[in-house]
Design a binder for this molecule. Structure first.
Ligand SMILES: [Zn+2]
Length: 328
């Protein structure tokens, strides 16, 4: 049945009608806000390439979370910036590491009001900026698994609600699951950065997390952007090894991977709309080249439409605020 019998414009005649047939909707309950937590009394340090996003000290994080709770944002994803780094990233698995202390403070103050997702990787903590222990100039996969497991335990002891390994080492989900189960943390879910691409969009984050590799890059463990089937293999492996939530990162340039995951992977899906996505939109809007609210909303709903359940985004606070205003 074609035109003139079928006229799609009939259902777009006004907002009420088009609202009734809208297929996807953003909700603050699916949003996660990333936070960069810095050792010391830095309070707030602006990140020049991410206007509106700051590095926070532990005490200022508590104020930030108060605001997030008020906006009904259910979860934060924590990244730590330690005062001192070393070869093996020991602050990642010390009980006194900046993230472990931050988690204790946050859970002590807010309890169940906020879910704390602990990013689990070594690159913020190693002096060389790679995601694991080195052997020569190579990251030693199996040695790194031991360190990651120790870090997962330290985060769980501190009170993390979800552990989110982002390192892309082979076999890490199984290793971490086993370590958690053996230490009384079988109730802690693992959100795996399963399909994590070696993307140019991480540039601003590295400034934010002070984690630029001192030599080489991360292409020997992160995925090659042209590959889609490889992403499926990574995701299937992580499901098999015990991941509870599967993540695709970045989001916008990889919506096809997300859509494929929605079709083939029977686990909740998360998408990480990364720093470069934020900076591009924010930068263009600051120039007056695009409508900020419209493009943020459109890009975020595209991630939803592609199949994400959980959306990790630096726009979370603004989106939640706009949604609240719309319902007033
Ligand atoms: Zn890393």
């Amino acid at each position: 049945m074609g035109f003139p019998e079928y006229r799609p414009r009939r259902l777009r005649r006004n907002e009420k009608l088009s609202g009734m047939v809208q297929e996807h909707e953003l909700s603050s309950k699916h949003l996660v806000y990333p936070l960069f937590i810095k050792e010391g009394d830095c309070k707030r340090t602006a990140i020049p390439s991410m206007p509106g996003v700051d590095q926070l000290s532990i005490d200022s994080v508590l104020f930030e979370i108060e605001e997030l709770v008020d906006l009904s944002i259910p979860a934060v994803l924590l990244f730590g910036i330690p005062e001192k780094k070393d070869e093996t990233g020991s602050q990642a698995y010390s009980d006194e590491g900046v993230i472990q202390r931050a988690i204790r403070e946050i859970k002590g103050r807010f309890g169940e009001k906020i879910m704390v997702i602990a990013d689990l990787c070594l690159c913020e903590y190693t002096s060389h900026g790679h995601c694991g222990a080195l052997r020569g100039s190579e990251v030693d996969n199996d040695e790194t698994l031991k360190l990651l497991s120790r870090a997962a335990l330290a985060q769980s002891r501190a009170g993390a609600d979800i552990i989110a390994p982002s390192d892309m080492m082979d076999g890490r989900i199984r290793a971490i699951r086993k370590a958690l189960d053996e230490s009384g943390f079988s109730h802690i879910p693992i959100m795996s950065y399963a399909a994590k691409y070696a993307s140019g969009l991480y540039g601003p984050f590295r400034e934010a997390a002070e984690s630029t590799p001192q030599f080489g890059d991360r292409r020997s463990y992160q995925m090659d952007p042209p590959n889609q089937r490889e992403a499926l293999r990574e995701m299937e492996l992580d499901v098999e090894e015990g991941a509870d939530i599967i993540m695709v990162k970045p989001a916008l340039f990889y919506l096809d991977v997300l859509a494929l995951a929605r079709e083939r992977i029977n686990r909740p899906l998360a998408a990480y709309s990364v720093s470069g996505e934020y900076s591009m939109i924010r930068g263009a809007a600051d120039q007056g080249w695009i409508d900020y609210k419209r493009v943020v909303t459109e890009s975020t709903v595209s991630i939803k439409r592609a199949g994400a359940d959980i959306i990790i985004t630096y726009f979370a606070k603004e989106i939640a605020r706009w949604m609240r205003e719309a319902t007033l």
